[in-house]
Design a protein around this ligand. Structure first.
Ligand SMILES: [Ca+2]
Ligand SMILES: [Ca+2]
Ligand SMILES: [Ca+2]
Ligand SMILES: [Ca+2]
Length: 314
């Protein structure tokens, strides 16, 4: 007769040995971090525990459409139905230390030996939820996206790149992360306002209010007006007495870093012991763990307002 163990967010796994001895295994792998290996179709997400007991839990699944890897490149959810062939959760206890390479080899190593194995049955569902890792400051310019008008799509310089994705919000060829740190006598919301016109430098296309746009005060035409200075080190673009104007072609590249965090949960997970009496473990809502995608370097080209993203892996 089968024994049924019903657990929600299981902390312990009780398993019976043939001789009746009860082994208490830590099923709640302390570290939520998952490892990944796979090819264009077969994917494995797994984690290991070699503290006190040698155990591993893995989710194997296959992509419907062959892809580089399972990682979604957008926020959303990927749902995978468990079955008994291609998409399965496997929990194993070993007689020795288990290495990271264990699940990534086509042929499992001879040792350590598996002493207990549980496999999931058909019926459960895996949900992989992806969220942006840097959703509070998408462009990494130090001004929170919420303050950069992410809701309204504010585009201060009108280059088609909204402020929350624009590394140079006023289009003056001095990056926002530089301008927001400029120390000025006057400030707006803690950001320096060199000409005290109520517009902080990082949003002001003419920082010294001398009538010459900052981007045109670029004496050496290197797309960086900040390095053109007088002997005292005062940049011409912050010096209202200097009004030389140059025709400057082009803008700084708008590159931002992006990565996603994936939370893997499994609903209605039933694990069946592959040996002995077929003991079952049922988990209504099991959190397998989290994994983060590699960081991508995204180039966003200025447009007339149309979406135009080009991906460029680092
Ligand atoms: Ca812009
Ligand atoms: Ca920005
Ligand atoms: Ca700027
Ligand atoms: Ca200003």
């Amino acid at each position: 007769m089968k024994k049924y163990v019903s657990l929600v967010f299981a902390a312990l796994l009780l398993s019976s040995c043939n001789d009746g001895e009860i082994i208490v295994t830590d099923f709640n792998f302390d570290d939520p971090q998952l490892n990944w290996c796979g090819d264009t179709q077969s994917q494995v997400l797994y984690k290991l525990n070699n503290t006190g007991v040698n155990e591993a839990i893995a989710l194997r699944f296959e992509l419907d459409t062959p892809n580089e890897q399972f990682f979604l490149k957008e926020e959303g959810q990927l749902e995978i139905s468990l079955n008994e062939t291609t998409n399965q959760v496997i929990y194993r206890v070993f007689d020795g230390e288990v290495q990271k390479s264990y699940f990534c080899n086509e042929i499992p190593p001879v040792s350590p030996k598996v002493t207990e194995e549980y496999r999931s049955t058909t019926g459960g569902e895996v949900v992989i939820t992806s969220t942006l890792s840097n959703a509070t400051d998408h462009d990494g310019d130090g001004v929170p996206s919420a303050d950069e008008g992410i809701e309204s799509g504010l585009d201060t310089d009108g280059d088609g790149i909204p402020d929350y994705q624009d590394v140079d919000d006023d289009g003056d060829n001095i990056l926002t992360r530089v301008e927001r740190e400029i120390e000025a006598e006057n400030t707006v919301n803690t950001y320096g306002d060199s000409d005290n016109d109520g517009i902080p430098d990082y949003l002001d296309a003419d920082d010294d209010n001398d009538g010459v746009p900052t981007r045109n005060e670029d004496w050496n035409l290197n797309l960086n007006p900040a390095d053109d200075q007088n002997e005292e080190g005062l940049a011409h673009y912050l010096n209202p007495d200097i009004t030389d104007s140059f025709t400057v072609e082009g803008v700084r590249e708008n590159r931002i870093s992006r990565s996603f965090r994936y939370l893997v949960t499994i609903n209605n997970l039933t694990l069946v012991n592959q040996g002995g009496d077929g003991e079952q473990i049922r988990l209504q809502d099991y959190e397998l763990g989290v994994i983060t995608s590699p960081t991508e370097n995204i180039l966003i080209e200025p447009t007339d307002g149309e979406e135009n993203e080009e991906e460029d892996n680092q």
